[in-house]
Design a protein around this ligand. Structure first.
Ligand code: SF4
Length: 335
């Protein structure tokens, strides 16, 4: 492991100033991903600025809105009683990720910024456009079973591994950023950028910008939400595919609003806007769900080893929507 300098920041301003203007200096939060990458030689910063003791671990609730500090741990967010009641999709997504020990240390901001688990990215002896721009993408002709089918490019087909980000996408979350020159807020949906020819650039973050908090607007009255993750083993595994959904029904049994996001299929949480539009205003049925999801998946560009994800993500989403679109009383009758 390359030696590095270490500094613990005592304020947000101090942290931002210590990183801005120093391209080889990065923030250290929970360290659950960064330290692994440093051990592998994938990340080789000259200096770390430790932000883990900054007062950014707040969790506040007002009128259905919630604000989550960047340093709130994954365990604290998943276990918060208001989040469990108002945003079960978020709590479920976090509990579906990592292990209890990691969730106790991992931060909200770090979860959003974790790196792809593409095997070539993590092996410094292999080319990889994301780690070493211009070196190539061996995954396309190599092992790509776990990689993306939507929104990928010829330069990179990696997926974003965060479960939490998928849930935050259907919750229409916003992310607050602080830099040396000011603050700005971006929608989570706009936070991640398409890989194009520059897959090493994954988000809109400029060097030195610090995530300070994530905000969740109140869900509409009657909204129900859930997260379903398919993985190769029951715990401590990344998503083969995952589905987050929010559904609101009207008084006539029609879908007033459906929000769907997929994980494990794209370089960002994939919000299925085309499917959502197809569902709006209609009575739920298996045929409707199939038609809407096929409209979204028409744009998938799978490779031989991950072609199975197209039907898998469709079928899991049909199951989740079927459950969410029927009130609990109906489900009791039919089961
Ligand atoms: Fe690298 Fe992306 Fe190709 Fe994986 S898919 S080898 S991360 S460029």
């Amino acid at each position: 492991m390359k030696s590095f300098a270490y500094k613990r920041a005592t304020s947000v301003d101090e942290a931002v100033l210590a990183v801005a203007g120093h391209p080889e200096t990065v923030y250290l939060a929970g360290g659950t991903n960064l330290i692994d990458l440093m051990k592998l030689g994938v990340s080789r910063p000259q200096a770390l600025v430790d932000i883990s003791r900054l007062p950014l671990d707040h969790l506040t609730h007002q009128d259905g809105h919630t604000v989550i500090g960047a340093m709130a741990t994954n365990a604290a967010v998943a276990g918060d009683p208001v989040i469990r009641a108002n945003f079960p999709v978020l709590s479920e997504s976090i509990l579906a990720g990592a292990s209890g020990q990691l969730r106790n240390s991992a931060s909200t901001a770090g979860n959003l910024l974790q790196k792809t688990r593409c095997a070539y990215f993590q092996d410094v002896n292999k080319p990889c456009n994301k780690r070493a721009p211009g070196s190539g993408c061996p995954a396309r002709a190599g092992a790509h079973r776990d990689l993306g089918i939507l929104g990928v490019s010829t330069s990179c087909i990696a997926t974003q591994p965060s479960d939490m980000a998928v849930a935050l996408s259907v919750l229409d979350a916003t992310v607050s950023l602080r830099s040396a020159t000011g603050e700005r807020t971006v929608k989570l949906q706009d936070f991640y950028v398409a890989p194009g020819t520059t897959p090493h650039r994954e988000t809109v973050l400029e060097h030195g910008e610090l995530i300070t908090q994530v905000a969740l607007p109140a869900l509409p009255e009657g909204a129900v939400s859930r997260y379903h993750k398919v993985r190769d083993r029951w715990s401590y595994a990344f998503a083969v595919i995952s589905v987050a959904a929010v559904v609101v029904m009207d008084a006539h049994g029609r879908i007033k609003q459906a929000r769907i996001a997929w994980g494990g299929v794209a370089p960002r949480p994939w919000r299925a806007f085309l499917a959502e539009a197809e569902l709006r205003g209609h009575k739920p049925s298996p045929e409707l769900f199939e038609r809407a999801l096929r409209a979204e998946l028409r744009h998938a560009t799978p490779l031989p080893q991950n072609e199975f994800k197209v039907n898998l993500v469709k079928d899991v989403t049909v199951g989740l929507l079927t459950d969410l679109a029927h009130p609990a009383e109906d489900r009791k009758v039919t089961r």
